[in-house]
Design a protein around this ligand. Structure first.
Ligand code: GDP
Length: 198
């Protein structure tokens, strides 16, 4: 059974088969200036790019959709990019990619606060038997700016662990680890869906 957030697109392949492609909702969040739009631009050029053209159901928003071929299965991520101050932590997606800049401690604190709020909300929902525990990926962007670093890897990794999040440092500027972030996000979503369907 599919989740409310998840929908399936039916694609007619070249040899006439019908294939189901899952479309997942991903929130790409972080303070303004942390590099969300730059990451999104790099996502669009991923080496994991899928093979099927977008069909009608998402034609209203092809710019924010990335097709990914991972482990032989194609999926789509519909990525909603937002400045973190404008987002309620009660929003529900299949995954959250929460970005800070390694040069900006304030953006790290803001990212952590948001993650705490999401986990607190999940706790409340779980008490009312509405179980959900979405994958969250904490992303330290601008890893190329080594001399301006003000958030250490150790502190960030520890914080991520504490809140059951994945952690990765990326550079949208030199396209470092951006593909790993994209594939890792899809992988986390698939693992999460599997667990819930069991
Ligand atoms: P957004 O407000 O979160 O969407 O951030 P943008 O993607 O607009 O990036 C804000 C600024 O940071 C721009 O000047 C980008 O060129 C720069 N930027 C984004 N990612 C990186 C990165 O990985 N390294 C460096 N050095 N600059 C970056």
């Amino acid at each position: 059974e599919d989740d409310d957030n998840t929908f399936v697109e039916r694609i007619q392949t070249e040899d006439g088969h019908v294939q189901n492609i899952h479309v997942y909702q991903v929130y790409l969040l972080g303070m303004s200036g942390t590099g969300k739009c730059s990451l999104m631009r790099q996502f669009k050029t991923t080496e994991y790019r899928g093979v099927y053209d977008y069909s009608s159901s998402i034609e209203d928003d092809p710019d924010n959709t990335v097709s990914i071929m991972l482990d032989g299965i194609e999926s789509r991520l519909h990525i909603l990019t937002m400045d973190i101050d404008h987002v309620k932590s009660s929003v529900t997606g299949d995954a959250y990619v929460v970005v800070y800049s390694i040069t900006d401690r304030q953006s790290f604190q803001t990212a952590l606060q948001f993650i705490k709020n999401i986990r607190d909300n999940e706790l409340i929902d779980n008490q009312s038997h509405l179980k959900r525990h979405a994958p969250i990926i904490l992303v330290g962007n601008k890893s190329d700016l080594v001399r301006k670093r003000s958030v250490t890897k150790e502190i960030a990794r520890h914080a991520a662990f504490k809140h059951s999040c994945k952690f990765i440092e990326t550079s949208a500027a030199i396209n470092d680890k951006v593909d790993d972030l994209l594939a890792g996000t899809l992988k986390q979503i698939r693992i999460n869906q599997q667990i819930r369907n069991e």
